[in-house]
Design a protein around this ligand. Structure first.
Ligand SMILES: O=C([S-])c1cc(C(=O)S)c[n+]([C@@H]2O[C@H](COP(=O)(O)O)[C@@H](O)[C@H]2O)c1
Ligand code: NI
Length: 379
């Protein structure tokens, strides 16, 4: 469905077909056609298998297929990155090491094609920044090689947890998010949701095979980001001299949960010689009412000041950085002619914990890899 959506966005059918034909794989056919689901038109991308799929491939076998293929380095890197995400999720689900993961469905030709095709399309569309909206999942059970397993399936749960993808479980019976789909979304996502405000330039609709009560489609949009987002944030503040530390801590937790961009306390000395705290909440205009509710409900304050703020923000993107310790993330920011690379705290932390490396070294290692990756992409 993801590939269908990308084709619908404008990737040329012939281009994709030609790249896929050159892969060292056989026993399948590709079908690309316009279809409708519940009267919504989009593009269906289907891999039709002509032979029984090889049921046991591990990550090394799949990397080998990708390496053998006549694909650009970027496509190879993305395809491997997506497979690594699936492999890690499978390893966790089955309590085995990543090397021991033997793919069944996800190792079959259709998944290899799906993943490589998605990577080819992203390169062809020249997409750099990707935001992923809420993934709507069904419930109940699905049948696969493991037998009957609950929806969301374990591999999907592991991916959305690890990569912090937003999910909503709906009343729909059945599986709407597969491990392959979740892994593509996880790998591509490099923007937080709030960054995708802007003008819709193009819409692509991928058509699924399954029949649900709703239109089984996946929509991808090319959005021109709002460059000028000045003034779209607000600050709420309140001087509080009669709430406990525990109350203030809990309030902060609730404000963050509700989507505050930032929450902080500044120690102050206020009227009547009282040591107190100045609570500051940065949020979007649409969130003001929710934030005010939390502040009034949780703390003892009886008044809140609020004002819109102007900001200057640097252009930035989240880069997926491949390192010898696995996939990490780093923020790449641009100021005039300069580029700054700031590895994500969680990535640095994970490496420190897993490989007993000090924070500074792990940080520098991700930075070095990110810079190298950026230079390789320019060349
Ligand atoms: O192949 C394996 S091991 C597999 C694991 C899991 C787990 O959640 S564990 C789930 N599935 C199901 O297979 C089909 C195909 O998935 P694709 O990602 O290849 O489209 C789907 O129903 C998965 O939930 C397979
Ligand atoms: Ni599995």
């Amino acid at each position: 469905m993801t590939v269908g959506a990308f084709l619908d966005l404008g990737v040329e059918k012939d281009y994709l077909q030609k790249v896929l034909e050159e892969l060292p794989l056989s026993g399948y056919e590709i079908e690309i056609k316009k279809e409708t689901k519940k009267s919504i038109e989009g593009t269906a991308f289907r891999v039709i298998l002509k032979e029984e799929p090889v049921s046991h491939r591990n990550l090394t076998d799949i990397y080998h297929i990708i390496d053998e293929a006549n694909l650009s380095d970027r496509v190879k890197q993305s395809a491997k990155g997506i497979f690594e995400i699936v492999a890690k999720a499978e390893a966790k689900a089955h309590g085995i090491s990543i090397e021991k993961v033997h793919f069944h469905e996800v190792g079959a030709i259709d998944s290899i094609i799906d993943i490589i095709a998605a990577a080819v399309c992203v390169e062809r569309l020249g997409i750099e920044h990707v935001a992923v909206s809420v993934l709507y999942e069904g419930q109940g059970y699905t049948e696969c090689q493991h037998g009957k397993i609950p929806v969301p399936v374990p591999a999907v749960v592991n991916i959305i947890q690890e990569y912090n993808l937003p999910i909503q479980i709906t009343n729909c019976q059945g599986e709407m998010v597969t491990p392959t789909g979740a892994a593509i979304a996880a790998y591509l996502k490099n923007l937080e949701q709030h960054s995708y405000e802007g003008k819709i330039e193009r819409v692509g609709i991928g058509i699924g095979c399954k029949e649900f009560e709703h239109a089984n489609i996946l929509r991808a949009m090319i959005i021109e980001e709002n460059k000028n987002s000045e003034g779209d944030l607000w600050i709420l503040e309140s001087n509080i001299d009669d709430s406990t530390g525990e109350t203030l801590s809990y309030t902060m937790e609730k404000l963050f949960q509700a989507g505050a961009r930032d929450v902080y306390y500044i120690p102050i000395f206020m009227k009547k010689n009282r040591p107190a705290y100045l609570l500051n909440v940065i949020c979007q205009m649409s969130e003001i009412e929710t934030m005010e509710g939390i502040i009034f409900y949780q703390t003892t304050t009886i008044g809140i000041r609020k004002f819109p703020i102007k900001r200057r923000i640097l252009d930035r993107k989240m880069l997926t950085v491949n390192t010898q310790f696995g996939i990490t993330k780093a923020k790449i920011c641009y100021f005039e002619e300069q580029t700054f690379c700031y590895p994500e705290y969680e990535s640095v932390r994970n490496i420190c914990e897993a490989h007993n490396i000090d924070f500074q070294s792990a940080y520098a290692m991700i930075q070095d890899n990110a810079i190298q990756q950026l230079e390789d992409n320019i060349r």
